[in-house]
Design a protein around this ligand. Sequence first.
Ligand code: TRP
Length: 456
Amino acid sequence: MLKNIKREKWGSKIGFILAAAGSAVGLGNIWKFPYLAGENGGAAFILIYLFSVIVIGLPLIYAEIVIGRTTNRNPVGAFVSLSKNHPFWRLLGFLGVIAGFAILSYYSVVAGWTIGYIIEAIKGTFYSFSSPTDAANHFNTLIGNSYWNVSYFILIMILTMSFVYFGVQKGIELGSKIMMPLLFIILLVLVVRSLTIENSNLGLSFLIKLNWSAVRPETFLLALGQAFFSLSLGMGAMLTYGSYMDKKDSIISSGFSVVTLDISVAILAAFAIFPALFAVGMEPNAGPGLVFHTLPIVFAKMQGGYFFAILFFILLALAALTSTISLLEVITAYFVDEKGWSRKKAVIVFGSFTILLGIPSALSFNVLSNLTINSLNFFDLIDFISSNIFLPIGGLLISIFVGYFWGKEKSIANLKQGSESFFDKFYWFGNIWFFFIRFVSPILIFLVFLRSLGII
Ligand code: TRP
């Protein structure tokens, strides 16, 4: 079953960091995090989010990376190898691969919108809007057009497939080394622009002020869920990227860098959006419509907005693309490792299958909008099942696997490899990490799970 074919590796430590940060940094950071912060108390939410990343994000990202790096396998192969082929843990690996497939199919639909919006920005469409309602109507007209929706979805899938097709070093790593620095530069340009607008201090003080009155008990669960989703946890994406990592490289410092980059992008995105938003007199509580309904108006009203709108949607598209690449890589790695397929065949076959599965999602906003189950259309349903069910179950079982089956000695020994000097100084780190994985993460993920099911 486990074939001894020569497996690829990252060309460098920074290659892993940028690729994994590319996976983590996505629509979650630039679209969702700012609106969550906007609705939940600004700086207070940011603090709660940082806390959530420390208690749930860091321990789990280390767990996933160490499983991948120890086994050098995709999620299925990894759990098969560590559990000595136990059928239950093999199933956990499958859950990851299937979740990857499902998330990719609908996430790419939204990723497609971001490319469509680069074109809208170039056409100068936003200047014809006078209110967010106009922008929302235009958005609905676009996604209501099946041709528009499906074409951009297929375009982003083809882009994703071309990176994965060329392999770990020549495709994913090279792509991340170009796209991630570009993403950072664009983000910084946008932050500087936003902070130099007249009256930007209103938005700035909103982001800096600790508004605890907007914090509700459920804010904590939102922040925990967001930390989990934003770091691409629970389905073996970090595990798969970790599987190409060299045993000499430090998981501790690489994982920490990935988490830091992910948090920085989320916070910077909020600083790019709110000062500009307040400056043109808009409200911060737009919710999910923030990026496609509110921001076009902000750009239309601000000086140089034409140019910054294009940059913003390029930023969003880059963030989305580096995430879709990692989703396709999980599926590809499974077929390459376990079934002995060539990478190229796996990419073409499963990229095409994803396109087929994604088409009903792309059509959920137009021709299939009446096809609903429990008032969820196909897109909502796949989103709900994968993000609210598969990912938390996956994360829960991964921490249970490490905490109770793989066990303390072996997992810490593997985590230490490549970080010996760190562990010499911080000899207690392994124990703390293991305590979080064994006791804290399962409980917190379970609470997030109950909330996403609407039980609490
Ligand atoms: N982290 C991505 C974002 O913030 C979304 C995501 C969740 C993801 N799970 C994933 C991306 C798994 C790649 C792989 O937008």
